[in-house]
Design a protein around this ligand. Structure first.
Ligand SMILES: Cc1cc2nc3c(=O)[nH]c(=O)nc-3n(C[C@H](O)[C@H](O)[C@H](O)COP(=O)(O)OP(=O)(O)OC[C@H]3O[C@@H](n4cnc5c(N)ncnc54)[C@H](O)[C@@H]3O)c2cc1C
Length: 490
Protein backbone atom coordinates (compact mmCIF):
# COMPACT_ATOMS: atom_id res chain seq x y z
CA UNK A 1 0.00 0.00 0.00
CA UNK A 2 1.41 3.40 -0.89
CA UNK A 3 1.95 6.30 1.47
CA UNK A 4 -1.10 8.45 2.15
CA UNK A 5 -1.74 11.59 4.12
CA UNK A 6 -3.36 10.33 7.28
CA UNK A 7 -4.73 13.76 8.26
CA UNK A 8 -6.65 14.06 5.04
CA UNK A 9 -7.78 10.50 5.34
CA UNK A 10 -9.07 11.07 8.86
CA UNK A 11 -10.84 14.23 7.79
CA UNK A 12 -12.62 12.35 5.04
CA UNK A 13 -13.46 9.39 7.17
CA UNK A 14 -14.97 11.42 9.98
CA UNK A 15 -17.55 12.68 7.50
CA UNK A 16 -18.89 9.14 7.30
CA UNK A 17 -21.35 7.14 9.35
CA UNK A 18 -19.85 5.62 12.46
CA UNK A 19 -17.10 8.17 12.14
CA UNK A 20 -15.84 7.88 15.70
CA UNK A 21 -15.07 4.18 15.41
CA UNK A 22 -13.57 4.47 11.98
CA UNK A 23 -11.34 7.43 12.76
CA UNK A 24 -9.76 5.62 15.67
CA UNK A 25 -9.05 2.48 13.74
CA UNK A 26 -7.44 3.88 10.60
CA UNK A 27 -4.18 2.15 9.71
CA UNK A 28 -1.36 4.63 9.09
CA UNK A 29 -0.52 4.65 5.39
CA UNK A 30 -3.80 3.06 4.41
CA UNK A 31 -6.87 4.52 2.73
CA UNK A 32 -9.07 2.18 4.68
CA UNK A 33 -9.83 1.48 8.29
CA UNK A 34 -8.38 -1.71 9.77
CA UNK A 35 -11.76 -3.37 9.75
CA UNK A 36 -12.96 -6.58 8.21
CA UNK A 37 -14.76 -6.42 4.88
CA UNK A 38 -13.56 -5.95 1.32
CA UNK A 39 -12.19 -2.58 0.22
CA UNK A 40 -13.63 -0.51 -2.63
CA UNK A 41 -12.43 2.64 -4.36
CA UNK A 42 -15.19 4.51 -6.16
CA UNK A 43 -14.02 6.93 -8.82
CA UNK A 44 -16.31 9.92 -9.30
CA UNK A 45 -18.53 11.58 -6.68
CA UNK A 46 -21.48 12.16 -9.01
CA UNK A 47 -24.83 10.64 -8.10
CA UNK A 48 -23.82 7.23 -9.55
CA UNK A 49 -20.58 6.96 -7.55
CA UNK A 50 -22.16 8.25 -4.33
CA UNK A 51 -25.15 5.90 -4.61
CA UNK A 52 -22.87 2.93 -5.23
CA UNK A 53 -20.63 3.94 -2.32
CA UNK A 54 -23.61 4.30 0.03
CA UNK A 55 -24.99 0.85 -0.76
CA UNK A 56 -21.56 -0.83 -0.66
CA UNK A 57 -20.80 0.70 2.68
CA UNK A 58 -24.11 -0.48 4.08
CA UNK A 59 -23.20 -3.99 2.92
CA UNK A 60 -19.92 -3.94 4.84
CA UNK A 61 -17.41 -2.63 2.30
CA UNK A 62 -14.77 -0.14 3.36
CA UNK A 63 -15.16 2.56 0.74
CA UNK A 64 -13.12 5.49 -0.41
CA UNK A 65 -14.37 7.90 -3.07
CA UNK A 66 -11.98 9.82 -5.34
CA UNK A 67 -13.28 13.03 -6.90
CA UNK A 68 -11.14 15.27 -9.07
CA UNK A 69 -13.15 18.43 -8.40
CA UNK A 70 -13.15 20.41 -5.18
CA UNK A 71 -16.94 19.94 -5.12
CA UNK A 72 -19.07 16.81 -4.95
CA UNK A 73 -22.13 15.96 -7.06
CA UNK A 74 -20.73 15.96 -10.59
CA UNK A 75 -23.36 17.14 -13.04
CA UNK A 76 -25.89 17.35 -10.23
CA UNK A 77 -24.32 20.31 -8.50
CA UNK A 78 -25.03 23.98 -7.98
CA UNK A 79 -22.10 26.35 -8.19
CA UNK A 80 -21.12 29.97 -8.35
CA UNK A 81 -20.19 30.61 -11.99
CA UNK A 82 -18.90 34.15 -12.24
CA UNK A 83 -21.69 36.30 -10.79
CA UNK A 84 -24.34 33.57 -11.27
CA UNK A 85 -25.24 30.90 -8.78
CA UNK A 86 -27.27 27.82 -9.61
CA UNK A 87 -27.35 24.38 -11.22
CA UNK A 88 -24.61 23.97 -13.79
CA UNK A 89 -26.20 20.97 -15.52
CA UNK A 90 -29.20 19.04 -14.19
CA UNK A 91 -32.01 21.11 -12.68
CA UNK A 92 -34.87 18.71 -12.12
CA UNK A 93 -35.52 14.99 -11.86
CA UNK A 94 -38.08 12.66 -13.39
CA UNK A 95 -40.84 11.47 -11.12
CA UNK A 96 -40.06 8.02 -12.48
CA UNK A 97 -36.91 7.79 -10.33
CA UNK A 98 -37.83 4.92 -8.00
CA UNK A 99 -34.27 4.26 -6.83
CA UNK A 100 -33.44 7.90 -6.23
CA UNK A 101 -36.57 8.55 -4.18
CA UNK A 102 -36.04 5.34 -2.20
CA UNK A 103 -32.49 6.43 -1.41
CA UNK A 104 -33.71 9.90 -0.44
CA UNK A 105 -36.33 8.30 1.84
CA UNK A 106 -33.63 6.21 3.51
CA UNK A 107 -31.71 9.41 4.20
CA UNK A 108 -34.80 11.21 5.52
CA UNK A 109 -35.03 13.76 2.66
CA UNK A 110 -37.57 12.20 0.30
CA UNK A 111 -39.99 15.14 0.46
CA UNK A 112 -37.18 17.54 -0.35
CA UNK A 113 -35.97 15.52 -3.35
CA UNK A 114 -39.49 14.94 -4.69
CA UNK A 115 -39.80 18.72 -4.65
CA UNK A 116 -42.20 20.72 -6.75
CA UNK A 117 -43.87 19.43 -9.91
CA UNK A 118 -42.97 21.19 -13.15
CA UNK A 119 -46.54 22.42 -13.54
CA UNK A 120 -46.45 24.02 -10.10
CA UNK A 121 -43.20 25.83 -10.83
CA UNK A 122 -43.96 26.87 -14.42
CA UNK A 123 -47.50 27.96 -15.07
CA UNK A 124 -48.36 27.30 -18.72
CA UNK A 125 -50.15 30.66 -18.74
CA UNK A 126 -46.93 32.46 -17.85
CA UNK A 127 -46.18 32.54 -21.54
CA UNK A 128 -43.29 30.09 -21.64
CA UNK A 129 -44.89 28.52 -24.63
CA UNK A 130 -43.25 27.37 -27.83
CA UNK A 131 -43.79 29.26 -31.08
CA UNK A 132 -43.60 27.29 -34.34
CA UNK A 133 -44.67 30.12 -36.60
CA UNK A 134 -48.31 29.02 -36.51
CA UNK A 135 -48.97 29.89 -32.88
CA UNK A 136 -47.75 29.54 -29.34
CA UNK A 137 -48.38 26.28 -27.54
CA UNK A 138 -47.31 24.49 -24.41
CA UNK A 139 -45.44 21.41 -25.60
CA UNK A 140 -45.31 19.63 -22.23
CA UNK A 141 -42.14 18.82 -20.38
CA UNK A 142 -39.20 16.87 -21.76
CA UNK A 143 -40.71 13.80 -20.28
CA UNK A 144 -44.07 13.26 -21.91
CA UNK A 145 -45.83 12.82 -25.22
CA UNK A 146 -49.51 13.10 -24.60
CA UNK A 147 -51.50 12.39 -27.77
CA UNK A 148 -54.41 14.67 -26.83
CA UNK A 149 -52.09 17.60 -26.12
CA UNK A 150 -49.93 16.94 -29.15
CA UNK A 151 -53.05 17.15 -31.35
CA UNK A 152 -53.49 20.75 -30.19
CA UNK A 153 -50.15 21.93 -31.61
CA UNK A 154 -50.97 24.80 -33.99
CA UNK A 155 -50.20 24.19 -37.64
CA UNK A 156 -50.55 20.40 -37.61
CA UNK A 157 -52.28 19.08 -40.71
CA UNK A 158 -55.50 17.09 -40.44
CA UNK A 159 -53.55 14.05 -41.69
CA UNK A 160 -51.10 14.31 -38.77
CA UNK A 161 -53.86 14.76 -36.20
CA UNK A 162 -55.68 11.70 -37.53
CA UNK A 163 -52.54 9.57 -37.50
CA UNK A 164 -51.30 10.47 -34.02
CA UNK A 165 -53.36 7.78 -32.23
CA UNK A 166 -51.30 5.19 -34.17
CA UNK A 167 -48.48 5.93 -31.70
CA UNK A 168 -50.45 5.02 -28.60
CA UNK A 169 -49.94 1.25 -28.70
CA UNK A 170 -46.14 1.59 -28.87
CA UNK A 171 -46.13 4.14 -26.08
CA UNK A 172 -48.22 1.87 -23.88
CA UNK A 173 -45.96 -1.07 -24.60
CA UNK A 174 -42.78 0.90 -23.90
CA UNK A 175 -44.29 2.37 -20.77
CA UNK A 176 -45.11 -1.12 -19.53
CA UNK A 177 -41.82 -2.80 -20.45
CA UNK A 178 -39.00 -0.23 -20.32
CA UNK A 179 -37.61 1.30 -17.14
CA UNK A 180 -36.30 4.75 -18.16
CA UNK A 181 -33.90 4.58 -15.23
CA UNK A 182 -32.32 1.33 -16.44
CA UNK A 183 -32.32 1.66 -20.18
CA UNK A 184 -30.92 -1.83 -20.70
CA UNK A 185 -34.57 -2.87 -20.39
CA UNK A 186 -35.14 -1.19 -23.77
CA UNK A 187 -32.76 -3.15 -26.00
CA UNK A 188 -35.66 -4.47 -28.12
CA UNK A 189 -36.35 -0.90 -29.25
CA UNK A 190 -32.77 0.07 -30.04
CA UNK A 191 -33.16 -0.63 -33.75
CA UNK A 192 -33.82 2.75 -35.35
CA UNK A 193 -33.48 6.45 -34.68
CA UNK A 194 -36.31 8.44 -33.14
CA UNK A 195 -36.59 10.43 -36.39
CA UNK A 196 -36.87 7.26 -38.49
CA UNK A 197 -39.45 5.92 -36.06
CA UNK A 198 -41.87 8.83 -36.51
CA UNK A 199 -41.37 8.87 -40.29
CA UNK A 200 -42.10 5.12 -40.45
CA UNK A 201 -45.12 5.30 -38.18
CA UNK A 202 -46.72 8.47 -39.53
CA UNK A 203 -45.40 8.78 -43.08
CA UNK A 204 -43.24 11.55 -44.54
CA UNK A 205 -45.52 14.56 -44.08
CA UNK A 206 -46.97 13.80 -40.64
CA UNK A 207 -43.65 12.38 -39.38
CA UNK A 208 -41.81 15.57 -40.35
CA UNK A 209 -44.43 17.77 -38.68
CA UNK A 210 -44.15 15.87 -35.41
CA UNK A 211 -40.37 15.93 -35.52
CA UNK A 212 -40.30 19.66 -36.32
CA UNK A 213 -42.88 20.75 -33.76
CA UNK A 214 -42.30 18.34 -30.88
CA UNK A 215 -39.38 15.90 -31.13
CA UNK A 216 -36.71 18.31 -32.37
CA UNK A 217 -37.52 20.50 -29.37
CA UNK A 218 -37.14 17.55 -26.98
CA UNK A 219 -33.75 16.85 -28.54
CA UNK A 220 -32.61 20.47 -28.92
CA UNK A 221 -31.36 21.09 -25.41
CA UNK A 222 -29.39 17.86 -25.48
CA UNK A 223 -27.72 18.52 -28.83
CA UNK A 224 -29.24 15.26 -30.08
CA UNK A 225 -30.06 14.79 -33.75
CA UNK A 226 -33.40 12.95 -34.01
CA UNK A 227 -32.07 11.00 -36.99
CA UNK A 228 -29.04 9.75 -35.05
CA UNK A 229 -30.46 9.26 -31.58
CA UNK A 230 -31.71 5.82 -30.63
CA UNK A 231 -35.49 5.95 -30.43
CA UNK A 232 -35.54 4.28 -27.04
CA UNK A 233 -33.28 6.93 -25.46
CA UNK A 234 -36.09 9.42 -26.01
CA UNK A 235 -39.23 7.27 -26.14
CA UNK A 236 -38.49 5.83 -22.70
CA UNK A 237 -39.09 9.34 -21.33
CA UNK A 238 -41.89 10.34 -23.68
CA UNK A 239 -43.91 7.19 -23.01
CA UNK A 240 -43.64 7.44 -19.26
CA UNK A 241 -46.23 10.22 -18.82
CA UNK A 242 -44.57 11.22 -15.61
CA UNK A 243 -43.77 14.67 -14.34
CA UNK A 244 -40.47 16.37 -14.04
CA UNK A 245 -39.88 17.71 -10.51
CA UNK A 246 -37.58 20.31 -9.02
CA UNK A 247 -36.06 19.25 -5.68
CA UNK A 248 -36.78 21.73 -2.89
CA UNK A 249 -33.73 23.76 -2.06
CA UNK A 250 -32.03 22.81 -5.32
CA UNK A 251 -30.88 19.86 -7.36
CA UNK A 252 -27.99 19.14 -5.01
CA UNK A 253 -30.15 18.01 -2.05
CA UNK A 254 -29.35 14.32 -2.38
CA UNK A 255 -25.68 14.59 -3.32
CA UNK A 256 -25.03 17.08 -0.49
CA UNK A 257 -26.56 14.67 1.97
CA UNK A 258 -24.52 11.73 0.68
CA UNK A 259 -21.37 13.86 0.71
CA UNK A 260 -21.94 14.68 4.38
CA UNK A 261 -22.16 10.97 5.22
CA UNK A 262 -19.49 9.44 3.01
CA UNK A 263 -15.69 9.67 2.80
CA UNK A 264 -15.24 11.70 -0.38
CA UNK A 265 -11.68 12.73 -1.20
CA UNK A 266 -12.02 15.85 -3.30
CA UNK A 267 -9.19 17.24 -5.46
CA UNK A 268 -8.09 13.67 -6.12
CA UNK A 269 -7.69 12.88 -9.82
CA UNK A 270 -7.39 9.37 -11.13
CA UNK A 271 -4.84 9.16 -13.93
CA UNK A 272 -5.29 5.55 -14.96
CA UNK A 273 -6.29 2.10 -13.75
CA UNK A 274 -4.13 -0.90 -14.59
CA UNK A 275 -5.50 -4.25 -15.84
CA UNK A 276 -6.25 -6.91 -13.20
CA UNK A 277 -3.21 -8.53 -11.52
CA UNK A 278 -2.99 -12.27 -10.84
CA UNK A 279 -5.38 -11.80 -7.88
CA UNK A 280 -7.92 -10.04 -10.10
CA UNK A 281 -7.22 -6.67 -8.47
CA UNK A 282 -6.69 -3.38 -10.30
CA UNK A 283 -4.36 -0.61 -9.21
CA UNK A 284 -5.70 2.94 -9.29
CA UNK A 285 -3.05 5.59 -10.03
CA UNK A 286 -4.04 9.05 -8.93
CA UNK A 287 -2.87 12.55 -8.00
CA UNK A 288 -3.71 13.53 -4.45
CA UNK A 289 -4.74 17.02 -3.39
CA UNK A 290 -1.07 18.09 -3.34
CA UNK A 291 -0.62 16.80 -6.89
CA UNK A 292 1.55 13.94 -5.64
CA UNK A 293 1.37 10.66 -7.53
CA UNK A 294 -0.14 7.86 -5.48
CA UNK A 295 -1.63 4.44 -6.09
CA UNK A 296 -3.88 2.02 -4.29
CA UNK A 297 -4.95 -1.58 -4.99
CA UNK A 298 -8.36 -2.21 -3.42
CA UNK A 299 -10.43 -5.37 -3.85
CA UNK A 300 -12.95 -3.56 -6.02
CA UNK A 301 -12.84 -0.44 -8.19
CA UNK A 302 -16.08 1.24 -9.35
CA UNK A 303 -15.51 3.56 -12.29
CA UNK A 304 -18.34 6.14 -12.11
CA UNK A 305 -16.81 8.96 -14.16
CA UNK A 306 -18.31 10.53 -17.28
CA UNK A 307 -18.37 7.87 -19.99
CA UNK A 308 -16.19 9.84 -22.38
CA UNK A 309 -13.21 9.34 -20.03
CA UNK A 310 -13.51 5.57 -19.84
CA UNK A 311 -11.25 4.75 -22.76
CA UNK A 312 -8.32 6.88 -21.61
CA UNK A 313 -8.67 5.98 -17.92
CA UNK A 314 -9.12 2.22 -17.85
CA UNK A 315 -6.40 0.01 -19.27
CA UNK A 316 -7.35 -3.44 -20.51
CA UNK A 317 -11.05 -2.86 -21.16
CA UNK A 318 -12.79 -6.00 -22.42
CA UNK A 319 -13.78 -5.91 -26.13
CA UNK A 320 -17.41 -5.15 -25.14
CA UNK A 321 -16.36 -2.32 -22.82
CA UNK A 322 -13.99 -1.01 -25.50
CA UNK A 323 -16.80 -0.95 -28.08
CA UNK A 324 -19.02 1.01 -25.68
CA UNK A 325 -16.23 3.44 -24.76
CA UNK A 326 -15.54 4.17 -28.45
CA UNK A 327 -19.23 4.91 -29.01
CA UNK A 328 -19.54 7.13 -25.94
CA UNK A 329 -19.31 10.81 -26.79
CA UNK A 330 -20.79 14.09 -25.64
CA UNK A 331 -22.69 16.74 -27.55
CA UNK A 332 -22.72 20.50 -27.09
CA UNK A 333 -25.32 22.83 -25.64
CA UNK A 334 -24.18 26.38 -26.43
CA UNK A 335 -25.58 28.92 -23.96
CA UNK A 336 -24.46 32.45 -23.13
CA UNK A 337 -25.47 34.84 -20.33
CA UNK A 338 -25.03 38.60 -20.59
CA UNK A 339 -25.07 39.91 -17.00
CA UNK A 340 -26.53 43.42 -16.79
CA UNK A 341 -25.92 46.48 -14.74
CA UNK A 342 -28.87 46.63 -12.27
CA UNK A 343 -30.20 49.83 -13.78
CA UNK A 344 -30.73 48.16 -17.16
CA UNK A 345 -32.48 45.09 -15.77
CA UNK A 346 -35.62 43.92 -17.47
CA UNK A 347 -38.55 44.91 -15.28
CA UNK A 348 -40.19 41.56 -15.63
CA UNK A 349 -39.34 38.13 -16.83
CA UNK A 350 -39.26 38.08 -20.66
CA UNK A 351 -38.79 34.98 -22.77
CA UNK A 352 -39.18 33.35 -26.17
CA UNK A 353 -39.01 29.72 -27.27
CA UNK A 354 -39.15 28.59 -30.88
CA UNK A 355 -38.94 25.45 -32.95
CA UNK A 356 -35.92 25.15 -35.21
CA UNK A 357 -38.36 24.92 -38.15
CA UNK A 358 -39.73 28.40 -37.36
CA UNK A 359 -40.12 30.39 -40.60
CA UNK A 360 -38.33 33.42 -39.10
CA UNK A 361 -34.62 32.62 -39.61
CA UNK A 362 -33.60 34.51 -36.46
CA UNK A 363 -36.10 32.67 -34.27
CA UNK A 364 -35.11 29.36 -35.81
CA UNK A 365 -31.61 29.78 -34.38
CA UNK A 366 -32.55 29.73 -30.72
CA UNK A 367 -34.70 27.27 -28.89
CA UNK A 368 -34.94 29.55 -25.88
CA UNK A 369 -33.91 33.00 -24.72
CA UNK A 370 -34.90 34.92 -21.61
CA UNK A 371 -34.34 38.16 -19.73
CA UNK A 372 -34.38 37.93 -15.92
CA UNK A 373 -34.93 40.98 -13.71
CA UNK A 374 -32.47 39.75 -11.07
CA UNK A 375 -33.21 38.64 -7.52
CA UNK A 376 -31.20 40.53 -4.89
CA UNK A 377 -32.60 38.23 -2.17
CA UNK A 378 -30.76 35.33 -3.87
CA UNK A 379 -27.81 37.52 -4.77
CA UNK A 380 -28.72 36.93 -8.42
CA UNK A 381 -27.93 39.76 -10.86
CA UNK A 382 -30.15 40.56 -13.87
CA UNK A 383 -29.18 38.83 -17.07
CA UNK A 384 -30.21 37.92 -20.59
CA UNK A 385 -29.71 34.29 -21.61
CA UNK A 386 -29.54 32.83 -25.11
CA UNK A 387 -29.44 29.14 -26.11
CA UNK A 388 -28.28 28.38 -29.62
CA UNK A 389 -30.23 25.66 -31.32
CA UNK A 390 -28.61 22.31 -32.15
CA UNK A 391 -28.86 22.84 -35.90
CA UNK A 392 -26.77 26.03 -35.74
CA UNK A 393 -24.10 24.71 -33.36
CA UNK A 394 -21.81 23.46 -36.18
CA UNK A 395 -22.05 26.84 -37.93
CA UNK A 396 -20.92 28.59 -34.73
CA UNK A 397 -18.15 26.02 -34.17
CA UNK A 398 -16.85 26.61 -37.70
CA UNK A 399 -17.05 30.38 -37.33
CA UNK A 400 -14.07 30.72 -34.96
CA UNK A 401 -16.16 33.28 -33.06
CA UNK A 402 -16.76 33.45 -29.32
CA UNK A 403 -20.29 32.28 -28.52
CA UNK A 404 -21.32 35.74 -27.28
CA UNK A 405 -20.17 37.40 -30.51
CA UNK A 406 -21.84 34.78 -32.71
CA UNK A 407 -25.14 35.08 -30.81
CA UNK A 408 -25.13 38.85 -30.37
CA UNK A 409 -27.00 39.80 -33.60
CA UNK A 410 -29.70 37.23 -32.84
CA UNK A 411 -30.32 38.27 -29.23
CA UNK A 412 -30.22 41.92 -30.27
CA UNK A 413 -32.96 41.23 -32.77
CA UNK A 414 -35.06 39.29 -30.21
CA UNK A 415 -34.45 41.68 -27.30
CA UNK A 416 -33.63 45.07 -28.84
CA UNK A 417 -33.29 46.75 -25.40
CA UNK A 418 -29.99 44.98 -24.81
CA UNK A 419 -27.00 47.27 -25.42
CA UNK A 420 -23.33 46.39 -25.05
CA UNK A 421 -22.95 49.31 -22.65
CA UNK A 422 -25.46 47.64 -20.26
CA UNK A 423 -23.36 44.51 -19.85
CA UNK A 424 -21.09 44.09 -16.84
CA UNK A 425 -20.11 40.47 -17.36
CA UNK A 426 -20.49 37.62 -19.86
CA UNK A 427 -20.74 34.01 -18.75
CA UNK A 428 -20.20 31.35 -21.38
CA UNK A 429 -22.37 28.49 -20.16
CA UNK A 430 -21.74 26.22 -23.12
CA UNK A 431 -21.75 22.61 -21.97
CA UNK A 432 -20.10 19.70 -23.71
CA UNK A 433 -21.12 17.13 -21.16
CA UNK A 434 -24.37 15.87 -22.65
CA UNK A 435 -24.11 12.19 -23.46
CA UNK A 436 -25.30 11.08 -26.86
CA UNK A 437 -27.10 7.76 -27.29
CA UNK A 438 -26.87 6.73 -30.94
CA UNK A 439 -28.74 3.76 -32.38
CA UNK A 440 -27.12 0.57 -31.03
CA UNK A 441 -25.73 2.22 -27.89
CA UNK A 442 -28.33 0.73 -25.55
CA UNK A 443 -27.55 -2.75 -26.82
CA UNK A 444 -23.82 -2.19 -26.26
CA UNK A 445 -24.55 -0.93 -22.77
CA UNK A 446 -26.65 -4.00 -21.99
CA UNK A 447 -23.90 -6.32 -23.27
CA UNK A 448 -21.40 -4.67 -20.92
CA UNK A 449 -23.78 -5.01 -17.99
CA UNK A 450 -24.52 -8.67 -18.75
CA UNK A 451 -20.78 -9.39 -18.84
CA UNK A 452 -20.28 -7.44 -15.62
CA UNK A 453 -22.99 -9.40 -13.81
CA UNK A 454 -21.66 -12.82 -14.70
CA UNK A 455 -18.99 -13.22 -12.05
CA UNK A 456 -16.94 -11.49 -9.37
CA UNK A 457 -14.64 -8.81 -10.79
CA UNK A 458 -12.09 -6.31 -9.56
CA UNK A 459 -13.50 -3.49 -11.68
CA UNK A 460 -17.11 -2.43 -12.31
CA UNK A 461 -18.60 0.35 -14.45
CA UNK A 462 -21.43 2.58 -13.21
CA UNK A 463 -23.02 5.87 -14.23
CA UNK A 464 -25.21 7.53 -16.79
CA UNK A 465 -23.20 5.98 -19.63
CA UNK A 466 -24.37 2.47 -18.67
CA UNK A 467 -27.91 3.45 -17.66
CA UNK A 468 -29.52 6.40 -19.46
CA UNK A 469 -29.08 10.15 -19.91
CA UNK A 470 -30.43 11.52 -16.64
CA UNK A 471 -29.80 11.69 -12.91
CA UNK A 472 -32.37 9.02 -12.02
CA UNK A 473 -30.70 6.57 -14.39
CA UNK A 474 -27.25 7.39 -12.99
CA UNK A 475 -28.52 6.85 -9.44
CA UNK A 476 -30.20 3.57 -10.38
CA UNK A 477 -26.99 2.47 -12.07
CA UNK A 478 -24.93 3.12 -8.92
CA UNK A 479 -27.38 1.16 -6.79
CA UNK A 480 -27.65 -1.67 -9.28
CA UNK A 481 -23.88 -2.09 -9.62
CA UNK A 482 -23.60 -2.12 -5.83
CA UNK A 483 -26.11 -4.99 -5.76
CA UNK A 484 -24.02 -6.90 -8.33
CA UNK A 485 -20.86 -6.35 -6.30
CA UNK A 486 -22.48 -7.36 -3.03
CA UNK A 487 -23.83 -10.48 -4.74
CA UNK A 488 -20.34 -11.36 -5.98
CA UNK A 489 -18.32 -10.46 -2.91
CA UNK A 490 -20.37 -10.90 0.24
C1 LIG B 1 -26.40 20.49 -19.43
C2 LIG B 1 -27.00 19.27 -18.80
C3 LIG B 1 -28.30 19.34 -18.29
C4 LIG B 1 -28.87 18.21 -17.69
N1 LIG B 1 -30.13 18.32 -17.16
C5 LIG B 1 -30.66 17.26 -16.51
C6 LIG B 1 -31.89 17.40 -15.82
O1 LIG B 1 -32.48 18.48 -15.76
N2 LIG B 1 -32.38 16.30 -15.18
C7 LIG B 1 -31.72 15.10 -15.16
O2 LIG B 1 -32.21 14.15 -14.54
N3 LIG B 1 -30.53 14.96 -15.77
C8 LIG B 1 -29.97 16.01 -16.43
N4 LIG B 1 -28.74 15.91 -17.01
C9 LIG B 1 -28.02 14.61 -16.95
C10 LIG B 1 -27.44 14.36 -15.57
O3 LIG B 1 -26.80 15.53 -15.11
C11 LIG B 1 -26.44 13.21 -15.64
O4 LIG B 1 -26.99 12.12 -16.33
C12 LIG B 1 -26.04 12.70 -14.26
O5 LIG B 1 -25.82 13.76 -13.35
C13 LIG B 1 -24.79 11.85 -14.43
O6 LIG B 1 -24.37 11.37 -13.17
P1 LIG B 1 -23.07 10.46 -13.07
O7 LIG B 1 -22.86 10.21 -11.62
O8 LIG B 1 -23.17 9.30 -13.99
O9 LIG B 1 -21.90 11.37 -13.68
P2 LIG B 1 -21.31 12.75 -13.13
O10 LIG B 1 -22.29 13.51 -12.34
O11 LIG B 1 -20.71 13.41 -14.32
O12 LIG B 1 -20.17 12.26 -12.13
C14 LIG B 1 -18.90 11.85 -12.57
C15 LIG B 1 -17.89 12.37 -11.58
O13 LIG B 1 -16.61 11.82 -11.89
C16 LIG B 1 -15.64 12.81 -11.63
N5 LIG B 1 -14.43 12.48 -12.37
C17 LIG B 1 -14.25 12.50 -13.71
N6 LIG B 1 -12.98 12.15 -14.02
C18 LIG B 1 -12.36 11.89 -12.85
C19 LIG B 1 -11.03 11.50 -12.52
N7 LIG B 1 -10.11 11.32 -13.45
N8 LIG B 1 -10.72 11.33 -11.22
C20 LIG B 1 -11.65 11.53 -10.23
N9 LIG B 1 -12.92 11.92 -10.50
C21 LIG B 1 -13.27 12.09 -11.79
C22 LIG B 1 -16.32 14.08 -12.15
O14 LIG B 1 -15.71 15.25 -11.67
C23 LIG B 1 -17.73 13.89 -11.62
O15 LIG B 1 -17.92 14.43 -10.35
C24 LIG B 1 -28.14 17.01 -17.61
C25 LIG B 1 -26.84 16.94 -18.11
C26 LIG B 1 -26.27 18.05 -18.70
C27 LIG B 1 -24.86 17.95 -19.22
Amino acid sequence: MTEYKVDQQRRNLVKGLGAATLASSVMPGSLFASEPGPTAVIIGAGIAGLSAAWDLRKAGFQVSIFEKEKFTGGRMVELQTGPLYGPTHAEGVFNENREMFALAAELGIEKQVRGEAYDQVWNPDDGIGLDNGHGIYYPGGMSDFDIENTMKIPGLSRETINKLPLLQADMDEINATVDPCLLETGTAYDNESVGEYYMRMLGKVAGKEIIDYKIEQNCAGWGWDPFETSKIALLSWLASKKQFVYPRGGIGALTHKLDSLLPVQNNTTVRYITPADSNGRHTVHYLNENLERRSVTPDVVVCAVEGKYLDSMVQGLTPKQQALAKNCFFTKQPVVYWVLDDKYASEEFATGAYTSSHPDPIKAQTYHWMAMPGYPQFNQPPYVRYSLTRRYTPEWQNSDMAIEDYCWPMIKSLYPRLEKSHIVDIVDYTSDSLIHMPVGYVNQMAEVLREQRKQRKGLYLAGEYVAGAHTGAACASGRSVARDIVGHWI
